[in-house]
Each structure stands twice: as C-alpha cells, then as structure tokens.
Design a protein around this ligand. Structure first.
Ligand code: SF4
Ligand code: SF4
Length: 450
C-alpha cells in the first residue's frame, strides 16, 4: 500500500509527476505503479519497541560508551548536558575497580569504546590510566573521543595517536560564537590542534564535528570556513540540527514556519550544488534512504537514531552505573519521571531502560514521510522539547529526502499528500508558503525552479 503521494517537478523542463511512497515497507513507485529502482530485498531484524512499559535491556555489548563526568571548561549555550545534574565526581582511584567490573561482566570484547565528557580532557588524570588499561584489555577495540580541543597539547596528541584513538573535534565553524571562546583563536591551542590534525589526518582518524542551529544554518558556510583552516578535504562529522534539551537549546531552534522553509531551501540548494560534500551526514542520509528503498527496509526494523535503545550499546560511568546515554548522569531524571540510572554494570541482566520512547510510540513518527531518515528525535525528550526537536528533525531531513529522490528520478519533490500533518505537506513553501516576501524570493531562487 502506498501511503504518500509525492508531487515532484523536473527542473530542466518543468514537467510534473507523482511518486508513491510507503515509509513502512520502503516501496517507492512511479505514477504507473512500477518500482523506481530494482529492489534487492534483505532480511532485517525487528527493532525493540522500548518504552516505560516495555523497558529496553542490555547484553552482548558491542559499543561501550564511558562517561568520565559532565564537567567542561566551556559553556556552550545549546549543550545537551548543560543542566544535567552531575553524579559524584570520579577520580583515578575509580579506574581499577571499574576495569575489574568490566572484565567480570562483559563476556566478550566491545568492538568500539567511546570516552565521553563533558570535556574528556578535563579528566586527563583519570582518562589516561583508564584508556591504557582498556587498550591492554581490548587491543583490537576502536577507541573514539570527542573533544573541544582546548586542553590538547603535544604530549596528549602523541598519546592519542599511539593509543589508536579516532578524534572528533567539536567545532561549528562560523557558528562557533554560540559556543563561546574559540580555541582556534588562541595561538597555543591552535598549534596543539593543528599538531593533532597533522598526526591524525594521514591516518584518517580525525574529523571536525559541527552542529547546525539557528546561528549556524548553512552547511556550505561551515564547510568553507573549516576548509580555510584545515584544508579542502577536512572530513566533517555530526552535522545534524541540534535537539533542544533546555531553554538554551530552545533558543537555538528555528522559530516559525518561515524560518523552517528557509532552512530547508538553503540546505537543499547547498546539497544540489555539491557545496556540502565534506559532511558525512549528507552521504549517509542520502545513501541510507536509497538503500532503504533498494533493500525494502521495513519500518519495524528501524531503531532510534542514536542507537542507545539497542541492547548492545551500553553507556556507563566509572562507578559502574548504567545510564540512558553518555549525555546524562546517574543523578538525573528523564522527562518521563524515570531515573537515567537504569542499572549497574555488575548486574546487566537487571538493566531496565525506562526513560526512552521508541518512535513507534510517538504521535507523528509512524505517519512521517522522513521516518526512514530521521529514526525519531531524542528518545527521552517529551512535551515542548520533543515537539521542537521533532520540528527541527523534520526540516533537517526534508532536504536529504528531496535530494535522494531527485538523484533517483531527476524530479524534485515539493509536496506530499497523505494522512499526516497538514503543516508538513508543503516541503519548501511553494504551495501554501508562509515565508516573508524576502525569504520567499530565496526559496524560489534556490529550492524548486519553476
Ligand atoms: S521528523 Fe518528527 S515525526 Fe518525523 S520521524 Fe522525525 S521525530 Fe518522528
Ligand atoms: S538518548 Fe540518544 S539522542 Fe538523546 S541525548 Fe542520548 S544519545 Fe542523544
């Protein structure tokens, strides 16, 4: 059954057509009912439908996320961790007992270990012995760390290289002023960051991770800014629009339909012009959506975007507390009233993830055309924060959805008919546009040439 009719136009000659799309079965059909691409159906496992009444479990851990603590030397306005109550501080003395707990309770080595702050290098005295012990224990594990780069120095860089880390440097390019002081403006910090870049670039083990928000709406501007500092081939990670977790996050979301339309139009235009090719999200989203159609991925197999609903993704602190994800603490409570501390490393079979809500339990996700790209906003948000996160996610995914369809068919989608929210049917403000005259001109220039 096709549940969406997508109206699309070919830019070159203005020819109109429609496509049928079913987000539940990933069928994508021409107007005459024939498939747009040859399918190669694959077998997919069912996603766990996690909710407070159906708690998620943990076991057979493949990705281990270790939270060193939420302290940071910066105060980014939209940081997801800003108002999270901190659990008790950890220290180097916690490393030995923590490693012993891991050894006793993980029957096999995790393939990937992520070290999280706050800013992880605030915890250098703990991070160093911890990573060295885990490297000895799990020699083949992929190590990953996300840092703002401000506490790096040549010795730490050499250590990161030698320990086999991949590093994500958090930086929003021209939108960095929303985060505060820019380490790239400080000669000493800049020298340390560039030393790390010089070491890691040839190994393919460093990216610059940027987030989109109201003060940072153009991926092309971010790419150009980062290219000017790190070179033309700088890989840009993350790259999605932020989820709002508090009033700081709410201040960074788009404010009205006109802003949403403009954001979508700009993002789509930049994709078409090939100006955001360094963003891994562009390739992942477009290729991922095409693969979902080619492989006929059913919605029932789609888990949450961050993967923290999965049994084999485990977030822990150094006291062994199992937590919802790396962005919260054992002392925090989720918006649904459930504790973010969901169990303990010493008793993984008893872990109960009750803070999360799978997308299938949300009001709009099952009937959302971009479900296969979005995979639901943050799984523990509720109320106005959830609504704002969902609105941001829709506008963030529409351009990738449109670009994938244009790539597959040569036609640019602009309107979707179906049984879903009326305010989301017009993709770029062309049909029932609400933008101001000035914004409308930008949309008409960039989005869907008549
Ligand atoms: S855009 Fe909103 S409704 Fe659509 S899948 Fe994402 S979170 Fe769900
Ligand atoms: S639950 Fe997932 S999306 Fe939400 S803050 Fe944690 S990692 Fe991010």
């Amino acid at each position: 059954m096709t549940i969406f009719t997508i109206h699309a136009r070919r830019v070159a000659d203005g020819v109109e057509t429609t496509f049928g799309y079913d987000n539940q079965t990933s069928m994508f059909l021409r107007a005459d009912g024939t498939p747009v691409i040859l399918s190669r159906p694959m077998q997919f496992g069912e996603a766990e439908v996690v909710s407070v009444n159906q708690p998620g479990r943990k076991g057979d851990i493949k990705t281990l996320k270790i939270s060193l603590g939420l302290s940071c030397n910066y105060e980014c306005g939209y940081c997801s961790q800003r108002f999270v109550p901190h659990a008790e501080q950890t220290n180097p003395g916690d490393v030995g007992p923590f490693v012993a707990q891991l050894t006793a309770n993980l029957p096999s080595a995790p393939g990937r270990i992520e070290f999280w702050g706050g800013e992880p290098f605030v915890y250098w005295k703990t991070l160093k012995p911890l990573a060295e012990a885990l490297r000895a224990l799990y020699p083949a594990a992929h190590f990953n760390i996300i840092t703002n780069g401000s506490l790096l120095d040549f010795d730490k860089n050499a250590w990161l290289e030698q320990m086999g880390f991949s590093v994500g440097l958090s930086h929003d390019g021209p939108g960095y002023h929303a985060r505060g002081a820019d380490p790239l403006d400080d000669p000493e910090k800049l020298a340390a960051i560039m030393d790390l870049w010089a070491r890691m670039k040839p190994l393919g083990r460093m990216s610059v991770n940027a987030m989109m928000h109201r003060d940072n709406q153009s991926r092309a501007a971010v790419q150009a800014w980062l290219q000017a500092r790190f070179g033309a081939d700088v890989p840009i990670g993350e790259g999605a629009y932020i989820d709002p977790y508090d009033e700081g996050g709410m201040a960074a979301v788009l404010r009205d339909p006109a802003e949403h339309m403009l954001y979508r139009a700009r993002a789509f235009s930049e994709l078409r012009q090939g100006r955001v090719a360094n963003f891994s999200i562009a390739r992942q989203k477009i290729q991922g959506f095409i693969d979902s159609i080619r492989n006929q991925r059913p919605a029932s197999s789609v888990g949450q975007k961050c993967g923290m609903d999965k049994a084999d993704n485990l977030a822990v602190d150094l006291a062994g507390n199992v937590i919802t994800c790396q962005n919260v603490s054992a002392a925090a409570v989720a918006p649904n009233g459930q504790a973010h501390k969901i169990g303990h490393l010493t008793d993984l079979p008893s872990v109960k993830l009750k803070t999360a809500t799978h997308w299938s339990q949300r009001r709009d996700c099952a009937a959302c055309p971009v479900l296969q790209l979005c995979q639901g906003s943050c799984m523990f948000l509720e109320g106005p924060l959830w609504e704002a996160g969902c609105n941001s996610a829709y506008s963030d995914n529409v351009p990738f959805f449109a670009a994938a369809i244009e790539y597959l068919t040569g036609f640019t989608p602009y309107y979707i008919e179906g049984d879903f929210r009326d305010d989301r049917k017009d993709l770029f403000g062309r049909v029932r546009g609400v933008p101001t005259a000035k914004q409308k001109r930008v949309i008409e220039i960039h989005a869907v040439p008549a």
